[in-house]
Design a protein around this ligand. Structure first.
Ligand SMILES: NC(=O)c1ccc[n+]([C@@H]2O[C@H](COP(=O)([O-])OP(=O)(O)OC[C@H]3O[C@@H](n4cnc5c(N)ncnc54)[C@H](OP(=O)(O)O)[C@@H]3O)[C@@H](O)[C@H]2O)c1
Length: 260
C-alpha cells in the first residue's frame, strides 16, 4: 500500500531544487497538483514532467493541497509568502539560511532543507542518503513533515533555525567554495591547454579520505609541509593574477595557522 497515495503538493518555484525534489516526491506517490513560477517558460516544463497544472499567479494557487513547498531563491521568500493566499496545508520553505518565522502567517509552517547540491543539468539525484533538516511550528506538523521527508530519505534530522544557519554556512564552505576552487583550477589548467579531468583522481581521493580521517588530518601540500620556497614560486606564477594570489596566500596562512 502506498501510504501517501492521496497526499498532494503545490511546488512554488521551478528552479534546481524544485526540479529534483518535485520528481523525488512524485516518484514516491505524492501528487504534485500544481507548479507556480513567474513565467510559463519556467513553470510549464516542470509541470509537464510532474503531470501537474501550472500557474504564474500566486492568487491562483490551489487552496487545499496538503503541502506547499517554497523553492524560490532565498531573497524572494518573504515576497512570495506575502503574496500567497491563506492555505490550510503545511507551508514549508527549503532554505538553509531563512528562519521559520518568515512563515508565521500560516497556521502550519515548516522548513524542509535538503543538505545537498542540486542542478537541473545533473539528472537523477538519489535522495535516499541526502540529510533532510526539518523544523516545524507544532509537534503535529513536525510529525507530518517527518513522514514526508522519510518517504524520500533515510536521513531525516531535526534542526532549529539557528542550527540550520550554521549547517548552511558550513555547506557553503564545503561545497560552494570548494567548487569555486575547482573552477579556478580548471581555468589555470586551460591556460596551459590542459584538461580539468587530469585532477579528477586527486579530487576523488581528497573526498574519499575525509570519510576516514578528519579534514585537518587529511591536509597535505606546501603550506602543511611549510615548504616556503615552493609557496613563493607558486605566488610568482600568480604575479599577474593578484586576486588568485590573494586567495592562495589566505588559504596558505589558514593551513599554517591550523597547525599551531
Ligand atoms: N540548489 C540547491 O543546491 C539547493 C539545496 C538546498 C536548498 N536550496 C534552496 O532551494 C531554494 C531554491 O533554490 P534553487 O537552487 O532551486 O534556485 P534556482 O534554481 O535559482 O531557482 C530559483 C527559483 O526562484 C524563482 N524566483 C526568483 N526570484 C523570484 C521572485 N522575486 N519571485 C518569485 N520567484 C522567484 C525563480 O523563478 P524564475 O524561473 O521565474 O526565475 C526560480 O523558480 C532556495 O531557498 C535554496 O536555498 C537549494
Amino acid at each position: 500500500m502506498a501510504p501517501n497515495k492521496y497526499k498532494t503538493a503545490v511546488l512554488i518555484g521551478a528552479g534546481n531544487l524544485a526540479f529534483h525534489l518535485g520528481q523525488a516526491l512524485f516518484a514516491k506517490g505524492i501528487k504534485i497538483m500544481q507548479v507556480f513560477s513567474r513565467t510559463e517558460t519556467s513553470a510549464k516544463p516542470l509541470a509537464d514532467i510532474l503531470n501537474a497544472t501550472f500557474t504564474t499567479n500566486l492568487d491562483n494557487i490551489i487552496p487545499d493541497a496538503d503541502y506547499y513547498i517554497i523553492c524560490v531563491k532565498d531573497d524572494a521568500i518573504t515576497e512570495v509568502v506575502k503574496a500567497m493566499p491563506a492555505v490550510s496545508g503545511i507551508v514549508m520553505h527549503t532554505s538553509g539560511s531563512i528562519e521559520i518565522s518568515v512563515l508565521q502567517k500560516f497556521a502550519k509552517a515548516a522548513v524542509f532543507y535538503p543538505l545537498q547540491t542540486f542542478s537541473k543539468s545533473k539528472a537523477n539525484v538519489d535522495f535516499e542518503l541526502v540529510p533532510i533538516c526539518i523544523e516545524a511550528n507544532s509537534s503535529e506538523t513536525l510529525t507530518e513533515l517527518k513522514k514526508l521527508a522519510s518517504l524520500i530519505s533515510s536521513n531525516v534530522q531535526e534542526a532549529d533555525s539557528a542550527q540550520r544557519k550554521t549547517i548552511h554556512l558550513a555547506a557553503v564552505f564545503a561545497c560552494n567554495f570548494s567548487n569555486h576552487l575547482f573552477s579556478i583550477s580548471a581555468d589555470l589548467l586551460a591556460e596551459q591547454n590542459l584538461d580539468f579531468s587530469l585532477l579528477l583522481p586527486l579530487i576523488e581521493e581528497t573526498f574519499s579520505k575525509i570519510k576516514k580521517v578528519s579534514p585537518a588530518e587529511a591536509q597535505t601540500g606546501p603550506a602543511k609541509r611549510k615548504d616556503f620556497i615552493t609557496i613563493n614560486k607558486q605566488l610568482e606564477l600568480l604575479k599577474d593574477q593578484p586576486e588568485l594570489a590573494n586567495i592562495y596566500s589566505m588559504f596558505s596562512e589558514g593551513i599554517l595557522k591550523k597547525q599551531k
